[in-house]
Design a protein around this ligand. Structure first.
Ligand code: NAP
Length: 270
């Protein structure tokens, strides 16, 4: 049997970090060798989070990499921390799978430029759910024929960034095939700030934040006498885990910088 892929997880105490750590416990091809958290140092992961993982917590990613020699970083933190962690992974020559969302265009551009100097596989994916990637692809397909579209993304009320990375990515994919134009009435008046949502080249994006939600998105297309709704629901964080596993296996074999899971799901998806 091949040796397991050695993983360090940043944001390990967070919702996504914990879900991934518990998922790995049932996957012998992965081995958690270190976890990173701002407050826990030296504590065993299994003791802190429950489950069977045996690996130490570090407060510094650089120290975790130097001491435990992981093959790949998995990051679910915040844009500020995830950006620093991606740079640290590159500086140390390890691969990275970054699930954190909310990076600015400048941060993404800089990470891609830095990657050219440190070419170890890096995947940044705003959504690891396979169904969500299909929802984005189907939306791009529909926008060729129905160019008037609005996006409603709905998340739990602890989410920090808005709009979601998935909504931004969906709009960007639609823009590849849709000629930029304003939608709605040209004399439309907003009697309440923001009521028509954010505006990405005329595509309106609406962000809903409520307890009880996980991650959901509906893309609504309007044409003459018809509407088309394309909807995806992540009902549990478990739905992201097979995509993370796929991403790690991919970056272990491919040194490229990749933004978006769709690029590694097979030729027909890209
Ligand atoms: P969360 O529960 O708030 O966890 C975030 C973790 O990051 C916490 O452990 C937090 O530690 C840590 N953190 C925050 N600021 C930090 C800093 N400055 N330095 C180091 N660590 C820091 O959030 P989550 O729900 O797991 O989501 C994490 C990220 O993944 C978000 O960007 C979210 O949008 C994204 N996400 C991506 C996908 C996908 O498919 N790509 C799916 C779901 C979520 P403290 O407890 O110390 O604050």
């Amino acid at each position: 049997m091949n040796k397991p892929i050695r993983i360090v997880v940043a944001g390990a105490k967070g919702r996504m970090g914990q879900e991934w750590i518990h998922y790995m416990e049932g996957e012998p091809t992965f081995q958690l060798v270190a976890a990173v958290d701002r407050t826990l140092e030296g504590v065993d992961v299994g003791n802190a989070l429950g489950g069977s993982s045996q690996a130490p917590f570090y407060t510094s990613l650089a120290e975790a990499i130097e001491k435990e020699r992981p093959d790949c970083l998995v990051d679910f933190t915040t844009p500020e921390a995830g950006y620093r962690n991606a740079l640290t992974a590159m500086e140390h020559g390890i691969r990275a799978v970054i699930g954190t969302t909310g990076f600015s265009e400048e941060q993404l551009k800089h990470l891609e430029e830095e990657h050219a100097k440190h070419p170890a596989g890096m995947l940044i994916a705003p959504n690891f759910a396979i169904g969500a990637v299909l929802m984005m692809q189907f939306s791009k397909m529909a926008a060729r024929f129905l160019p008037d579209v609005e996006i409603i993304e709905m998340h739990h009320n602890q989410k920090l960034d808005a709009p979601s990375g998935t909504a931004r990515k969906t709009a960007a994919m639609i823009q590849e095939v849709r000629q930029a134009h304003q939608q709605g009435h040209p004399n439309e008046l907003e009697h309440m700030a923001g009521v028509r949502g954010g505006d990405m080249e005329g595509i309106r994006i609406h962000s809903v934040r409520l307890p009880g939600l996980v991650a959901h998105q509906e893309v609504i297309f309007g044409g003459e006498g018809e509407t088309l709704h394309i909807r995806h629901d992540s009902n549990s964080r478990r739905c992201f885990m097979p995509g993370v596993a796929l991403g790690i296996r991919y970056v272990m074999e491919h040194p490229q910088y990749i933004y978006g899971l769709e690029h590694i799901l097979g030729g027909e998806m890209a």
